[in-house]
Design a protein around this ligand. Structure first.
Ligand SMILES: Cc1cc2nc3c(=O)[nH]c(=O)nc-3n(C[C@H](O)[C@H](O)[C@H](O)COP(=O)(O)OP(=O)(O)OC[C@H]3O[C@@H](n4cnc5c(N)ncnc54)[C@H](O)[C@@H]3O)c2cc1C
Length: 368
């Protein structure tokens, strides 16, 4: 990860030049775009001058201030961190070049703070009786005074840091000598509802040489799914890589985007050519070097399942969890995120199923 950009937050940038890089500094932010994920959820992209590069899994605090000065602060996971790292802007020379007459570099990183501005995305689910989330989903507009603090968090991040000298947690949970480097072990992501947000950031930062990644997402009904098209495309692309053909060729053999996600890719074969996206993904998971970037996505539905879905709607059970996640024998790193009760239940089952507590990382959003 590159060093924090100081150029964008220079004098006149964030307005608090002395605090740039301080994770507890409030930074003025502006909404640059937003997109509805569902009628009840929206992704918001903020430009935040002076923000340090973020890692997938981290969250930020948002502070809203009303006209009368009342403030409200809420935490939101980052659903996309890819634009948070911007190229460092060259420092302004202490003594300007004598008189070459060419001022091309002047102003870059200068007092005006010109340069690329870090951007982050959060995805917010509206809680109808909530104070902040209805505003963010339904009313927030570019220019509204919102401040950002963060990024925050060092444990619930992927790729994981091998050794974090500052982390007391990691210090007492060492990996055994000779173990596969943490960033190379298979990854299991498990989301309950809006808990998909930080896990999507992890999916988005996967490189071509990433270890196999499997995502299990539990939602109320098909209309509550986020990032459907993007996840379908990511599964198709990773499948194509695993079998050595282009994404276009895979699309061409008839893996319908809607079908892949609607039926749960590992449950039902959907391709007209007789090879399901899940089956193709499985090729990637079992490849000899284990690093094909293979991605598998499974949806389960708690209240209403789509027609043809192999599993009736209902809450996730321990037995289902066992069949839908990477087995403990593969020693995956597991990331679980969602409301408190979902995380508690799933994390408990994972331990019962033999997953090492040191490999189960959790993020709780609150609620019941
Ligand atoms: C680290 C962290 C990351 C988070 N990331 C996200 C995210 O990416 N997307 C997102 O939508 N939310 C996220 N949340 C939850 C978010 O911070 C707010 O709690 C949520 O948006 C509700 O705020 P509110 O002001 O609308 O509701 P409030 O006015 O605070 O509460 C309204 C009611 O909803 C209940 N409630 C609060 N939080 C939840 C919840 N998560 N589930 C169910 N009921 C709840 C309260 O108990 C209360 O009864 C995160 C929370 C934490 C701690």
């Amino acid at each position: 990860m590159s060093e924090p950009s100081t150029g964008a937050g220079g004098a006149g940038g964030a307005g608090e030049a002395g605090l740039v890089g301080d994770p507890y500094a409030w930074l003025p932010a502006s909404i640059v775009s937003s997109v509805a994920q569902t009628p009840g959820a929206r992704s918001l992209t903020f430009a935040v001058p002076g923000l340090r590069p973020a890692r997938a899994g981290q969250h930020v605090d948002l502070r809203l201030t009303a006209d009368d000065g009342y403030t409200a602060v809420r935490s939101y996971s980052l659903s996309d961190v890819r634009a948070s790292a911007v190229p460092a802007v060259p420092a302004v020379p202490a003594v300007p070049a004598a008189s070459d007459g060419v001022g091309g570099a002047e102003g870059v990183g200068g007092a005006g703070g010109a340069g690329p501005v870090p951007q982050i995305e959060v995805t917010v689910e509206r809680l109808d009786d909530g104070e902040v989330s209805p505003y963010l989903v339904d009313a927030a507009e570019p220019g509204d005074p919102i401040e950002v603090r963060g990024p925050i968090g060092g444990w619930f991040v992927w790729p994981p840091t091998e050794f974090e000298p500052d982390s007391a947690v990691h210090a007492v949970l060492p990996e055994p000598p000779g173990a596969t480097p943490l960033r190379d072990v298979p990854v299991q992501l498990i989301a309950g509802g809006s808990g998909l947000a930080p896990l999507m950031a992890m999916v988005r930062v996967r490189g071509r040489d990433a270890p196999p990644m499997r995502l299990l997402a539990s939602v109320r009904d098909p209309g509550a799914r986020w990032y459907v098209g993007e996840l379908d495309e990511a599964v198709r692309a990773s499948s194509a890589r695993a079998v050595g053909v282009s994404a276009a060729e895979v699309s061409g053999v008839g893996v319908p985007a809607a079908g892949v996600s609607a039926v749960g890719v590992s449950a039902v074969g959907v391709s007209a050519a007789g090879v399901s996206a899940a089956e193709v993904s499985a090729v990637g998971v079992s490849a000899a070097d284990g690093r094909t970037g293979g991605l598998t996505v499974d949806w389960v539905y708690s209240r209403v399942a789509p027609d043809g879905h192999g599993r009736p709607a209902g809450r996730l059970t321990r037995d289902e969890l066992e069949s839908l996640v990477l087995p403990a024998a593969e020693h995956p790193l597991v990331y679980v995120c969602g409301a408190n009760s979902f995380v508690e239940a799933v994390a408990g089952w994972l331990i019962e199923l033999g997953h090492a507590p040191t490999r189960v990382r959790t993020e709780r959003f609150g609620g019941v």
